[in-house]
Write a protein that binds this ligand. Structure first.
Ligand SMILES: [Zn+2]
Length: 139
């Protein structure tokens, strides 16, 4: 038995695209910008992701303080990994809906190609029927 909601798309990729679009629509408008922690040449190590409307309030990554949790460590990734996390979060704001749109366009092209191929196959089947009838002397 299918447990999917009635209006769920049959294509799982399309369902993921719709989820990405819904999440993007509800979130703070983009683009989002990576924090200074991502720029090794910048003297500041702030870790807050920015937008046009919020200076660092979108999200923030935490960098390891170098201590084990048992001694007051913050159980956070090292700086390089934390910076990569910040880049991913910031870039995902525009990348996700763009990928969803790219996927919709690709699925549309695939559908057009499939329909064109079906027309060709149908035409070929008709031509083969005529050729077969001619070979069998029925035409
Ligand atoms: Zn800063």
């Amino acid at each position: 038995m299918n447990s999917e909601p009635q209006d769920a798309p049959a294509n799982p990729a399309l369902a993921r695209a719709e989820e990405a679009e819904r999440l993007a629509k509800e979130a703070t408008p983009g683009p989002w910008y990576e924090p200074h922690i991502c720029d090794d040449s910048h003297p500041c190590n702030c870790a807050g992701i920015l937008s046009e409307g919020y200076a660092s309030g979108i999200a923030s990554v935490t960098v390891s303080n170098g201590l084990p949790v048992s001694r007051g460590g913050n159980d956070a990734p090292p700086k390089k990994e934390a910076a990569a996390n910040a880049r991913l979060i910031a870039r995902a704001r525009t990348l996700l809906p763009t990928l969803a749109a790219d996927l919709r366009a690709a699925l549309g092209r695939e559908k057009q190609l499939r329909e064109a191929m079906m027309e060709k196959i149908t035409g070929c089947q008709y031509d083969l029927k005529i050729a077969r009838a001619a070979l069998e002397g029925r035409e």
